[in-house]
Design a protein around this ligand. Structure first.
Ligand code: NAD
Length: 480
């Protein structure tokens, strides 16, 4: 962790980004920024209050009067400028994610790259949307919904912010962003980068503060037409309930407990590393993490051996080291949450195949946990039902394909799922029966034009591609 300590220099953030400029915070509360690898204070951020939020909303409202009437060519040009501006700071964005969040460098780089490419993807999707349709004496146009409040989680800051900005801007909306307060440094780098895109004043506003202060103001303010939220189910429920008073449009990207269905014809040398990658990506702090591995009973012993073998690649340690696969949890609170679930799994009778309670040896200072695989898990155990948001995998045995599908769908969540098998027709048949917004076959993959979002408690609405842009639009008909 020497590399990290050498990069010292306390960062003090006292401004928000409102109406095209960095302005001093009206809110006075100061929060420390803690480095998760060693628990040291590496900076501070002055948190916004309701007044900062209202100023940002007012700026976005003024800007919407003009930007809401922009052409798709003008929006495409703005997306190109945003892409160039974010690309120029790619390495700084990655370094901030490693330092402040503890994201392992290879994955952090992928997250930042997909955030940057979201601007290009939105520009492409823009061309596919039927903005105007006419028949007889009727004309239907797709209109931007208005000022959008964008509220995000801490586990992939650059991706969430870029993705939501790209979709909203493509639709013709102006935005007020409330990033996670745990991502203040990463947000600062991104906003400095996007400032160079020289956007119309008030199009992009960013206020970092607490959820129950800044987030709550966005949700209740009548000048905000839409909330696009990424975070927990509990907060999503609050936002949906409180937003009803002003009839807010909602996109809610919430949690997951994603199943990975290993079929009995799977080649374990490839399938098990793929399953573990999906479970432990982003140190397990991923909404789409495949945290339930469903295994045919007939191959259970073989699978256990393959897991033990493949786990050697999932080393824990300094996230700045390119050989490390799992970094620390984001905070002490998250560390304790993950540890409490590992304890609960043991108490409920699951068997620890690898990992377990406590910090890994030599990593006592930071918020590191041991990547843990439980076997003998029943799907009704707490560790199989609740989202842990850490590197904890539950292996659940099944007897038949039908039973595998039933277990996979026996969850309040439905964000993501995976099928691993050799017979592709059969894998597709199983995929078609899984109740999830996205299903990947034979390993984690992405398509920025494919919808992202959840069935059931995993959320409402979709992001990515034209689906993401449509979430910021209202159809309007003019009849003569
Ligand atoms: P969280 O719900 O605690 O916080 C998310 C955001 O909401 C933060 O910015 C927070 O400050 C804000 N917030 C809190 N209270 C609020 C309120 N009353 N009104 C308005 N805003 C409020 O979630 P988190 O701990 O930051 O992130 C982890 C969760 O996010 C996990 O459940 C994970 O599954 C989910 N997540 C989902 C996706 C997805 O795409 N579906 C992606 C990443 C993370």
């Amino acid at each position: 962790m020497k590399a990290i300590r050498e990069r010292e220099a306390i960062k003090v953030i006292t401004t928000h980004y409102i109406d095209g400029a960095f302005v001093e915070s009206h809110g006075r509360e100061v929060m420390n920024i803690i480095r998760p690898t060693d628990g040291q204070v590496i900076g501070s951020v002055t948190l916004a209050d309701e007044e900062d939020t209202r100023r940002a909303i007012a700026a976005a409202k003024r800007a919407f009067a003009t930007y809401g009437r922009s052409t798709t060519d003008e929006r495409a040009q703005i997306l190109r400028r945003l892409h160039a501006a974010a690309s120029a700071r790619r390495d700084d964005l990655t370094a901030a994610m490693v330092e402040e969040y503890g994201g392992v460098i290879q994955f952090a780089g992928l997250i930042v790259d997909s955030g940057i490419s979201a601007f290009q993807a939105a520009e492409k999707a823009l061309q596919e949307i039927p903005w105007r349709r006419s028949w007889d004496k009727t004309t239907v146009t797709l209109e931007p919904v208005g000022v959008a409040g964008l509220i995000t989680a801490w586990n992939a800051n650059a991706l969430f912010l870029c993705l939501k900005i790209a979709s909203a801007v493509a639709a013709g909306c102006t935005v007020v962003i409330k990033p996670s307060e745990l991502s203040s440094m990463q947000t600062q780098v991104l906003v400095e980068a996007l400032h160079e895109a020289k956007l119309p004043k008030g199009l992009l506003n960013v206020v970092t503060g607490l959820g129950n202060v800044v987030g709550a103001e966005l949700v209740r303010n009548p000048d905000v037409a839409k909330i696009s939220f990424t975070g927990s189910v509990a907060v999503g429920e609050t936002i949906m309930r409180d937003g009803a008073a002003t009839m807010k449009r909602m996109t809610l990207e919430l949690g997951g407990k994603s199943p990975t269905v290993l079929l009995d014809d799977a080649a374990l040398d490839k399938a098990i590393p793929a399953a573990l990658t999906m479970a432990f990506m982003n140190s397990g702090q991923a909404c789409a993490a495949g945290t339930r591995l469903l295994v045919p009973m007939s191959r259970l012993d073989e699978v256990k051996r393959a897991i033990l073998d493949a786990m050697r690649a999932f080393t824990v340690g300094d996230p700045a080291d390119p050989n490390i696969a799992v970094g620390p949890m984001v905070s002490q609170k998250q560390y304790e949450r993950v540890e409490s679930y590992i304890r609960k799994g043991i108490e409920e009778g699951a068997e620890v195949l690898v990992g377990g309670e406590g910090r890994p040896e030599g990593l006592e200072a930071g918020y590191f946990v041991k990547p843990t695989v439980f076997v003998n898990v029943k799907n009704d155990m707490t560790i199989a039902q609740e989202e842990i948001f850490g590197p904890v995998l539950s292996v659940i045995a099944y007897d038949s394909e039908d039973e595998a599908i039933r277990i996979a769908n026996d969850s309040k969540y439905g964000l993501h799922a995976a099928v691993l098998g050799t017979d592709i027709q059969r894998a597709r048949r199983v995929a078609s029966q899984l109740r999830a917004g996205r299903v990947v076959i034979n390993g984690m993959t992405d398509d920025p034009q494919a919808p992202w979002g959840g069935f059931k408690y995993s959320g409402v609405g979709r992001e990515y591609g034209r689906y993401g842009i449509e979430a910021f639009l209202e159809p309007k008909a003019v009849l003569e």
